[in-house]
Design a protein around this ligand. Structure first.
Ligand code: URA
Length: 437
């Protein structure tokens, strides 16, 4: 790498010339050693946003980022390891449902997860709303638990893909988040470093997601699948709807309750169950090399048998929560104040705005304004209706939970912002928009 300078690499990208693998590796090594000024890195990120990257460049960037810190070795589990990643949406509690299902089928889920980045809590925040649950296990405890019960989820360690952490912090403040090669390399660098042989991606599409359009979501999914293939990992993706919040609850404790209710078979046939069965089916079929339809059928049988609910209790208990708490997740603490949103006229519920629901959840206390802010695990929204339902004037549509006072005027405004109605019964499309492999 003698004679190479970052300034030359920056200039090449600015003029749209393809970078070599060595140049990309040099950039990531210099970045990791804090040897490049932030303003130069920011200029480089903007050049990538404007000029793009070839598939080969995107892979080389991802690979170098994955190798910039710790890489988990899950080889003791052979071909059975599977990870699931969602690009982020409102009400997305799928990990709490699909991990127990896939573990019951014999998959090994050794997962590192994050706290909330956007409006609502992340999987780690949701799990922490169960009293006693520990998101920090030693490396040995983590592997031991996966060996014994098939699933462990811990908080992302500080050393996993540190180059991504630095780049993301700069992207966040320089208007350079929104680039397919940068998003794909950011997500996949962490997934590759986390070590699973099989990766199932849930790429969200709609107002409550990064990707608002199906064509963008497709390009992101294809970019991530290509990265995985080049690295010899099996990567498959679903593109799922995020125009409407997923399921009926948004908020940390509320989402744990809803996940437990789905696993107990108390809620059936809704979009959340459909997405979870597809994801779990993909995880199972990837690990066991079966057709997707067989994996999904197995996921359904496990769900209906109640085994996955028992696995959830076993998992939460194993990571520190009291068995009595786990067997009564309906009793998790919610915020002390609650407010009903009632229909102002009769008709059919046409839609619930996912993006606005996410912003509202944050205002109620379920998400963070800034990294490290405290979170109110008991805050959130429970919807009592779903798109396509008939609603009658005066009947409650949702309950909000918070520790703060909300005025009647504000409640009326929230009602207007979240819901849309129609006179005719709207047709409800499948939440699964596409499947890619
Ligand atoms: N999630 C990530 O981890 N990185 C991105 O760039 C976007 C979403």
């Amino acid at each position: 790498m003698s004679g190479m300078t970052f300034d030359d690499i920056l200039a090449k990208k600015r003029y749209g010339i393809e970078l070599t693998r060595e140049e990309i590796q040099y950039f990531i090594s210099q970045l990791t050693e804090n040897a490049i000024a932030d303003y130069k890195v920011s200029a480089f990120l903007m050049a990538i946003c404007l000029q793009g990257m070839t598939d080969r460049e995107t892979f080389d960037l991802t690979d170098a980022m994955a190798k910039s810190g710790d890489e988990l070795d899950l080889s003791v589990f052979g071909e059975k390891t599977v990870d699931k990643h969602s690009t982020g949406g409102v009400g997305d509690k799928t990990t709490l449902i699909v991990a127990p299902i896939a573990a019951c089928a014999g998959c090994k889920i050794a997962k590192m997860s994050g706290r909330g980045l956007g409006d609502t809590g992340g999987t780690i925040d949701k799990l922490e709303s169960v009293p006693g649950f520990s998101v920090e296990l030693s490396h040995q405890q983590f592997l031991q638990q996966v060996e014994e019960i098939g699933v462990a989820v811990i908080s992302q360690s500080g050393d996993l893909a540190p180059a991504d952490k630095k780049l993301y912090a700069l992207r966040d403040v320089t208007c350079t988040v929104d680039s397919i090669p940068l998003i794909a390399s950011s997500i996949m660098s962490k997934k590759l470093a986390a070590g699973a042989q099989h990766i199932v991606l849930d790429v969200k599409c709609g107002s409550g997601a990064f990707m608002k359009e199906l064509s963008q979501a497709q390009r992101l999914a294809e970019a991530m699948i290509d990265i995985g293939k080049r690295k010899g990992r099996s990567v498959r993706a679903l593109i799922t709807d995020m125009q409407t919040p997923l399921g009926s609850c948004v908020g940390n404790a509320l989402e744990v309750m809803e996940a437990a209710s789905i696993l107990q078979g108390k809620t059936e046939g809704d979009a959340l169950t459909e997405v979870c069965l597809a994801l779990a089916g993909m995880m199972i079929s990837s690990v066991f090399g079966e057709p997707f339809a067989r994996g999904r059928q197995q996921a359904l049988q496990i769900l209906e048998s109640g085994a996955a609910y028992q696995k959830l209790i076993q998992w939460l208990t194993k990571q520190g929560s009291d068995r009595t708490v786990c067997e009564n997740l309906d009793n998790l603490r919610l915020s002390s104040l609650s407010y009903e949103l009632c229909a102002e006229s009769s008709g059919y519920l046409f839609g619930i705005d996912a993006a606005r629901t996410g912003h509202l959840a944050k205002q109620l206390g379920a998400g963070r304004e800034n990294k490290g802010d405290p979170i109110d695990y008991g805050a959130g929204i429970r919807f009592l209706v779903k798109p396509g339902d008939r609603v009658t004037k005066g009947k409650p549509l949702a309950i909000l939970y918070a520790e703060k006072e909300i005025t009647r005027a504000r409640l009326a405004q929230i009602q207007q912002e979240l819901f849309s109605f129609s006179e005719q019964k709207p047709s409800i499309a499948s939440p699964i928009l596409q499947m890619l492999e």
